[in-house]
Every structure is written in structure tokens, then in C-alpha cells.
Ligand binder design. Sequence first.
Ligand code: AR6
Length: 180
Amino acid sequence: MIKFVKGDITNFKADAIVNAANSSLMGGGGVDGAIHRAGGPAILQECKAYVARHGRLPTGQAMITTAGDLPAKFVIHTVGPIYKIIRGSDDQSEKNRKTEDQRKKLRDCYINSLKLAAEKGLSSVAFPSISTGAYRYPLEEAAPIAVQAVKDFLKEPSSVKDVAFVLFNAPTYEAYKNAG
Ligand code: AR6
């Protein structure tokens, strides 16, 4: 089941909440900052250990840590694409390819986060609106990509049964609800 909730994901109770991180995994602003602040230092400690071992987390990929002091059990960290306006080329097929690549990276964030949750046998996962803050992905484009990715994943059997989109403000909430 998919549900849409208006609120702060750091208060949300799910087996895992997803963080819109950056490749360094060292924390930042937006939802990333809020999760590290509310979850405490144990999250950053695991992120640092991961980067020391595997290097930076590529765009579209996901990794998992403890949720520290949060009500969730785990935090899944994923890195959304930084939105780029594709222009300047006369070659329409090149533009289409770049646009598609960007869409796929955003979709990968949702699919790879859900795959990781399924590998851990988790049943509930909550997502924020990845890439639509500091990374400037237009909400009207991002919401349908996010919702479709989750719908596609839930069609296949796995431990993941409940997915919540926890949206921080009214326009974001409306965009996702309309895409649902
Ligand atoms: N709960 C739910 N959603 C939130 C919360 C919260 N507590 N706080 C903000 N949002 P952003 P991005 C919403 O910028 O665009 C960071 O610095 C926010 O309103 O957090 O993927 C990272 O370190 C927006 O709808 O993530 C990266 O460097 C959504 O979360 C970069 O920003 C995503 O906004 C990632 O940028």
C-alpha cells in the first residue's frame, strides 16, 4: 500500500526512513541535516565507515545504517540527481537521452532503496521527496517518477508491504497526492 502524509520524516515510524543524502554521506542541509540532527552521531559514524570502505555513494545508489535515536529502525541513504536543464544542442536524440538518464537516476533512488529494504526483510519504508529541494528537480516531474517507481516495485513480491511518502510542505504533498 502507498500512502501520502504531510509531515516531518524524522518523526515517522517505519522500519526504514530514506534520506536524500549526497555522495559524501557526511550530512548536509534539508532532510539530510534533520535526520542526522534527530538521529544522533551513530548514523554519521556508520556513514563514515561505509565511505572509508567503499568510497562515495554514486547517484542513484543506496546504503543502510542504524536510525540511532529516531523512531525508525534503519535509515536508507540514497543520492538523488542534481537537476540539469538540458539545452543548447540541436541534436534532439542527445537531449532525449540526457533527460531520460536523469529520470532513470531518480527512479533508481527509489528502486535501489526498496531493494535494500527487501534484502533486510523490512516491511515498511518512508520516503521524502528526493532531489526536489537543494537539487532542484521540478516537483511536477519528480512526483510521478517517484510514485511510479514505488508502484512498480510493489507489484513484485517482497517483504516490503507499506510505503509512505512523507512530504514536508503543502505543494509537495499535493504534487505527490496528484501523482498517486
Ligand atoms: N521531513 C521530510 N521532508 C523534508 C524534511 C523533513 N524533516 N526536511 C526537508 N524536507 P532536500 P535534495 C524536504 O534539499 O533536493 C542536502 O544538503 C524538502 O522540503 O533535503 O535531494 C543533502 O546533503 C524537499 O521537499 O534534498 C544533499 O547535499 C525534500 O525534503 C542535498 O541537500 C528534499 O529536499 C540533497 O538535495
